[in-house]
Design a protein around this ligand. Structure first.
Ligand SMILES: [Zn+2]
Length: 123
């Protein structure tokens, strides 16, 4: 992967990271707002927490990818050491695995991390 590509993915990762950070801040504001309907509040809080969990795992992946950019190992599958295809990185720049390994991880064929939720978020 050349320097231009790395810069491109770095910019994509940083943009997504900023977007998620802004989203988390907005949600904190919403949570502070008082609503008289406690039942609704409980439901909303639960939903917010679930979203938070999902986003923090995405943020973790983004931070991991940025760290791999920093140490020069970005774009290589963490499972099989093959280069990850550009098309895949364009869609999911924070991915850790090539598509073959990702599919295997999604099927729990090795102790990798599933990514289906992140794929949806990326869409
Ligand atoms: Zn792989």
């Amino acid at each position: 992967m050349n320097k231009t590509d790395v810069e491109k993915y770095k910019a994509m990762l940083e943009a997504k990271q900023a977007e998620l950070a802004a989203g988390l801040r907005n949600r904190e504001d919403i949570a502070i707002e008082k609503t008289p309907d406690e039942v609704q509040l409980a439901g909303e809080r639960e939903l917010a927490i679930r979203n938070l969990d999902r986003e923090s795992s995405l943020l973790r992946n983004i931070r991991g990818a940025l760290a791999r950019i920093a140490d020069g190992s970005y774009g290589v599958c963490l499972h099989c050491d093959e280069e990850i295809k550009a098309k895949r990185l364009d869609a999911v720049p924070w991915t850790k695995y090539c598509i073959t390994c990702q599919e295997a991880a999604d099927r729990h064929e090795f102790d990798g991390e599933g990514e289906n939720i992140d794929e949806l978020l990326a869409a």
